[in-house]
Write a protein that binds this ligand. Structure first.
Ligand SMILES: [Zn+2]
Length: 633
């Protein structure tokens, strides 16, 4: 997923009493010992999922067969899920599933009712559903219905879409929201295949993280199959007035008609990205790779739902300047969807490897200059989190016990994870490191692994082969200590030197804004220019920049974000109407949250925040609402 609810205050928002995992009796299903851990979290059981009630070590779900009806009037999904199970322990017939806000209508096996019970609701884990699976069968069917408030399902009215004619639905399962959409073992260490029949209003198209047929008849009944085993957080559904446009042999885009051509142009390099990634890291294992462009309320940049990444429209900039997001979601097809984290503590194995691959894909497709600029900006994002997070939250193998796993999505698993891999690459050499990654994806293909399993593998491979260049102490420091180890790689970009010079000269009064030679600057240089301004600028300085560069009206959502944040922090009134329109037109949390936070710092800012939030809230995703409502109290 990209990106990234800054954990700075999320941990505060989501820190709810220490009840997570109570009632979860999962022993570890992985054998690696945790006696190598060196941090304070020494009692964490490696491989134990503290965020699921399910019991895959006793009975494990292997396949889901869904038959679902999507009802836009009632804002509910209802139907049946047939679960195929495998008994892992002789004589154990109690299957435990995760649910959240689901109405369970009945459970059957071979057409006969079977006993079940819904346990006590936990404030963010939901409730366990225990089912007695009769001896001699390995299939049970649960009839259920979702709640209109389901945390993983967003219902949009026609007014909240680009086309304004039809409603839209999309799901977001990561981290633990799949359980609000269907009863299942909602732990990343449980991988399932699935099939689905989805009934929708006739004029709409349904798509899933599965086989999608671009030429399917639009008749309101859609069939899907996902033959590769995936964790629950990758199960996804969207329904809307969608059309398809191919971009390459294996790549294409689904979007509302109004966005289709712009999206296909913006992301035209997707096929090249796929090809270079395959060449370096091994075959793409998922058949097609398509993109689904969502309405602007999508809370994230993208979500790597297999075969069909979900993408925010806020990166359609007209100049491909923000397409590293596509490289990121595509990279997940290797690091994440093929080899993923066994628990949310191990997320860095997913997002850190993906962020590393993102940089490399961008370099292969767009060259060194872009690679270096993006690495410098990423390093600055990381530093901002290091400056604001609690030390324990700067640890790659983070302790999430008693917390909502959504708290893990800071820059730490992403950028610190990637920086760690960059150091390994520099020490052993790029070709050797690429070979290591290729072998790693092959070795763990279609598995969900723990940090301990990764370290054991590293020990047998790179550490063994390059004992003169790598040390286990250093690797422990990266994974189990806060901060960034001294001597870590420092990315550098020559393209930013002229930006630093221009900014410094302008701040010193040696240069007027109109004399800054910025006509050839790319978006990255603008971001670097703005993000490294001092915290306080005068009204005259802001007005000068705005007059020369028209920043308040920037059509680039990232540049606009950086500028509007500066405008709020310095209360630059001419930009405030645009702050309002920005907040009510975008729901991507990474872009709106820092602005809400900045507004909340002053009474007059809070008034503006409250007005925008009230207007925008019906269109925001539940996760964006949850992340920002504390700023407008
Ligand atoms: Zn990601």
């Amino acid at each position: 997923m990209k990106s990234a609810i800054l954990a700075t205050t999320l941990s505060a928002i989501f820190a709810l009493g220490g009840c997570a995992g109570q009632g979860n009796t999962n022993p570890t299903s992985h054998t690696a010992s945790s006696d190598t851990l060196t941090n304070a979290a020494v009692n964490i059981e490696s491989g134990k999922d503290y965020h699921s009630f399910s019991n895959p070590e006793q009975i494990s779900v292997t396949h889901l067969a869904l038959d679902l009806d999507v009802n836009f009037d009632k804002k509910v999904i209802s139907g049946d899920v047939q679960l195929t199970v495998k008994r892992m322990q002789e004589g154990n017939n109690t299957l435990v599933l995760d649910t959240r806000d689901l109405t369970i209508k009945g459970v059957t096996a071979n057409g006969m009712p079977v006993p079940y019970s819904l346990g006590k609701e936990d404030s963010f884990l939901g409730a366990p559903l225990s089912i007695t699976v009769p001896e001699g069968t390995n299939k049970v069917t649960v009839s259920y219905q979702t709640s209109p408030q389901a945390s993983g399902v967003q219902w949009l009215t026609p007014a909240q879409t680009a086309g304004k004619q039809h409603p839209f639905l999309f799901t977001q399962s990561q981290a633990i929201h799949a359980r609000s959409f269907m009863p299942l073992q909602d732990s990343p260490q449980v991988r399932v295949t699935y099939s689905a029949t989805v009934h929708t209003p006739k004029e709409l198209l349904a798509v899933m993280s599965a086989s999608n047929d671009p030429d399917t008849a639009r008749d309101g009944v859609y069939e899907f199959n996902m033959p590769q085993p995936i964790p629950a957080y990758l199960i996804a559904l969207a329904v809307g007035d969608l059309q398809f446009k191919p971009m390459g042999k294996r790549t294409g885009v689904y979007a509302e008609p109004a966005l289709l051509d712009a999206a296909a142009d913006e992301f035209a390099d997707t096929e090249s990205m796929l090809e270079v990634t395959e060449k370096t890291y091994g075959p793409y294992r998922w058949d097609r790779y398509d993109l689904l462009i969502l309405p602007p309320s999508f809370p994230f940049g993208g979500m790597e739902n297999p075969r069909l990444s979900f993408i925010t429209p806020t990166v359609i900039a007209g100049d491909k300047s923000l397409v590293s997001l596509i490289a990121h979601e595509l990279a997940h097809s290797w690091s994440g969807n093929t080899v993923t984290n066994a628990t949310w503590r191990d997320l860095w194995l997913n997002e850190g490897f993906t962020t590393y691959l993102t940089y490399r894909i961008m370099q292969m497709v767009y060259g060194d200059n872009r690679y270096n600029m993006e690495a410098v900006l990423g390093r600055q994002d990381l530093q901002a989190d290091i400056d604001s997070l609690a030390a324990d939250d700067e640890i790659l193998a983070i302790d999430l016990r008693g917390r909502d796993p959504d708290a893990v999505f800071s820059n730490i698993p992403y950028e610190k994870g990637a920086l760690f891999l960059r150091e390994l690459e520099q020490k052993v050499g790029r070709d050797n490191f690429d070979q290591f990654l290729l072998n790693y994806f092959e070795h763990f293909a279609f598995q969900s692994i723990t940090t301990d399993q990764f370290m054991a593998y590293l020990n047998d491979t790179l550490l063994n082969d390059y004992a003169d260049k790598l040390s286990s102490e250093r690797i422990h420091q990266w994974i189990f200590q806060p901060g960034i180890p001294q001597g870590a790689p420092v990315p550098h970009s020559n393209a930013f030197k002229i930006v630093d010079d221009a900014r410094n000269q302008w701040l010193n009064g040696e240069l007027q804004a109109k004399d800054i030679d910025a006509k050839d600057w790319v978006v990255h240089q603008w971001l670097y220019f703005l993000n490294n301004m001092p915290e306080t600028l005068s009204q005259d300085q802001l007005a000068e920049l705005d007059a020369v560069f028209d920043l308040t009206q920037s059509k680039n959502n990232e540049i606009a974000h950086s500028w509007l944040l500066m405008a709020v922090e310095n209360w630059y009134e001419p930009a405030l109407p645009r702050v309002h329109s920005y907040l009510v037109s975008i729901g991507r949390n990474k872009l709106v949250k820092p602005i809400y936070k900045a507004l909340s710092q002053t009474p007059k800012g809070k008034v503006l925040a409250q007005k925008a939030f009230a207007e925008a809230k019906p269109g925001y995703h539940p996760l964006t609402v949850k992340a920002n409502e504390g700023f407008v109290d």
